[in-house]
Design a binder for this molecule. Structure first.
Ligand code: MN
Length: 287
């Protein structure tokens, strides 16, 4: 199942180039009251809600996806987790280019660990990227992203994929410079997730997916998740050894080689096998 959020916070099921509005299924969610849980309540209840979503989809007319403003398929993640330098060829390009490493130490991921991005940076494909620091080099990073489906703490690698609710395309937009990653990668709109969530049952092997990003029609990044240093299962094992992962937490698995700067007016097209294609527009900050 391909779940999207669109328009004014509506929920949709995507079928090819059309969608069905299944917002009515959200009425079946438990009633939460303040203090609200720190995880995404839709993702936490996705399995229980699936019959209601499927029933709503059968009754809803299908409408064209084109023209819909796609939001992040996860509304309220508790954490956005990033995996740095998780493709060997990207590590090589960072080590070779001072504009990328800025004198920062760039160890392999097993030494670097993971980082966090502010959840306020999250947008969907239809919302686009607004460049916050026009005087600073700001790069695209296309990444396979996955969404945690149930609480995961100290999970063994062999069980790890059971904790994944689904997969999306992620863009980990990054200002280059000497500051902490969590600052440079957290401006508003610098975490793009989309175009929808493909539930994990449709992608039994996330370790063999082609991914590609083009800017204004020119291919900049092209790789396969088989080249990840730490794959999805290893990332769940590693992250959950440090902290509990909650439903809706998003993990950006790292970007392959070919990162490069983006400018206002650029049109990014990102594709990942079995997930789909999303267009993301880049604009200048209006301030
Ligand atoms: Mn990244």
């Amino acid at each position: 199942m391909r779940l999207c959020r669109f328009g004014n916070g509506r929920l949709g099921v995507v079928d090819g180039d059309r969608l069905r509005d299944v917002t009515a299924a959200l009425d079946s969610l438990p009633n939460y009251r303040h203090p609200l849980p720190g995880f995404d309540v839709l993702i936490a209840n996705l399995d229980a809600l699936r019959p209601a979503i499927e029933a709503a989809a059968r009754q809803a007319p299908s409408v064209p996806l084109a023209g819909m403003t796609l939001l992040s398929p996860v509304a309220n993640p508790g954490k956005l987790i990033g995996a740095p330098v998780n493709y060997q060829q990207h590590l090589d390009e960072v080590l070779e280019n001072p504009d990328l490493h800025h004198g920062n130490q760039v160890p392999v991921i097993q030494r670097a660990g993971l980082f966090l991005k502010a959840t306020s940076s999250l947008v969907g494909a239809g919302e686009g990227i607004t460049l916050r620091k026009p005087d600073r080099r700001t790069d695209h990073e296309v990444e396979l992203a996955f969404v945690i489906g149930k609480p995961a703490s100290r999970v063994a690698r062999a069980d790890a994929l059971d904790y994944v609710a689904g997969y999306c395309i992620g863009l980990d937009i990054s200002i280059r410079g000497p500051e902490e990653r969590s600052l440079r990668k957290s401006p508003d709109t610098y975490s793009v997730l989309g175009p929808w969530l493909v539930t994990a049952d449709e992608i039994p092997d996330p370790g063999a997916l082609e991914l590609r990003l083009s800017v204004n029609g020119q291919v900049r990044q092209q790789s396969n998740t088989s080249d990840l240093i730490l794959g999805v299962a290893e990332l769940v094992e590693y992250a959950s050894s440090f902290y509990t992962l909650y439903p809706g937490d998003v993990v950006f698995t790292g970007t392959p080689a070919g990162v490069g700067p983006i400018q206002p007016g650029d049109i990014l097209i990102a594709c990942i096998d079995k997930i789909g294609t999303m267009q993301v527009d880049v604009r200048a900050d209006s301030l």
